[in-house]
Design a protein. Structure first.
Length: 217
């Protein structure tokens, strides 16, 4: 507990000491492996969690099996959907999955609601986290609904290339990130390759002309 408390203190570095000490006495540490399920559609919400290390994602899966990632949860953050479910007694409507090994601390629903009501610091932290996560989610929705796929794909390639201008992801993985279909992403990538913007390789994509891609964005 001492080690995870130190890590929690680091990710909540602007949290006042007195309020942090109160929070630390209530939380329980948990360690989860990669690809562990945090929640699934229909599950009732019984606890809140704050990530200390690692990364998790929240996604929906359509009837045709297509996956759409709604948002990710990183160290020092809470889950947007968990907060909504805890404060409204609603059930989960998406899947929560760890993308890496995860360290987190959890609060029972009763402890979460009690702190929310009586501790202004905790309430500001939760509402601030909720607000920032919601703003990110709305940006994702707006991009998905209003921006052309080629524009979103160009932006994604520019943001996720490594120092060698490589994106080491499959067409399916990129489609999942962008909330699109693999066939659509493959078609646009082939058009990008025809124009000399990218070079398609097995399991990866090379950005050949970043300037031309940036011109689409």
């Amino acid at each position: 507990m001492d080690e995870i408390r130190k890590k929690l203190r680091q990710v909540l570095d602007d949290y006042p000491d007195e309020a942090f000490n109160r929070l630390a006495t209530l939380v329980q540490p948990v360690n989860l492996p990669k690809n562990a399920s945090l929640f699934a559609p229909g599950d009732s919400c019984r606890q809140a969690f704050i990530l200390v290390s690692g990364k998790a994602r929240v996604e929906v899966i359509a009837e045709n099996g297509r996956e759409v990632i709604l948002y990710r949860v990183k160290p020092g953050q809470t889950c947007l959907m968990t907060t909504a479910c805890l404060t409204s007694d609603a059930s989960y409507s998406a899947h929560g999955i760890t993308e890496t090994e995860v360290e987190a601390v959890i609060l029972t629903k009763a402890e979460f609601l009690a702190l929310l009501g009586r501790c202004p610091v905790f309430r500001n932290f939760i509402l601030g986290s909720y607000g920032s996560r919601f703003a990110e989610f709305m940006t994702f929705v707006e991009d998905m609904l209003l921006q052309r796929v080629d524009v979103r794909l160009a932006k994604y390639l520019l943001q996720h290339r490594d120092e060698n201008d490589m994106i080491k992801q499959t067409h399916q993985q990129i489609a999942t990130e962008l909330g699109s279909a693999r066939e659509v992403i493959s078609r646009v990538l082939k058009e990008f390759e025809r124009k000399g913007f990218v070079v398609l390789r097995r399991g990866r994509i090379e950005v050949a002309n970043a300037g031309k891609l940036a011109g689409l964005v």
